[in-house]
Design a protein around this ligand. Sequence first.
Ligand code: HEM
Length: 145
Amino acid sequence: MALTERQIMLVQTSFDQIKASPEAVAALFYQRLFELNPHLRLMFKGDMKEQGQKLMTMLKVAVTSLTRLDTIVGAVQGLGRRHAGYGVSAADYDTVAAALLWTLEQGLGPTFTAEVKAAWAEVYTLLATVMQQAAAEANPALVLV
Ligand code: HEM
């Protein structure tokens, strides 16, 4: 799975449009996530504002590094192993994808075209795949369902 230059450009430009208000974006994201699956709320033990900051910072790093993904693979793998520890399942990754795409749509409005959406879906799948593979390699007995 490789991103095209155009997909990278679309994701970076659209992220630029929403990154000025990371708190609002994160709040909207978690609101939608817990609407989609209220059980997920129990997984989060810390302050949700801090959690939102961590999520947006990590997204910013990932989006900025799309042209040199090799520099962040190690960090993303570590993130994936920690997420297995938080109890995150494969289905939860899909729910997060849906919440993220929905949030981007709210933030970007008409500029969130089908092409921009597909580019974001590709980026998310790429990150989620690296995270899940690292978790599975660290613990082969772990079956993600
Ligand atoms: C691309 C996907 C994701 C990114 C970039 C991301 C990012 C982060 C970051 C940066 C943290 C801070 C702690 C750490 O670094 O280990 C975190 C924690 C966490 N994430 Fe994610 N995450 C992703 C996917 C998910 C998914 C699919 C779930 C499932 C619901 C999830 C649930 C959690 C939970 C439960 C915590 C710990 C909260 C706590 O300690 O209270 N994340 N995530």
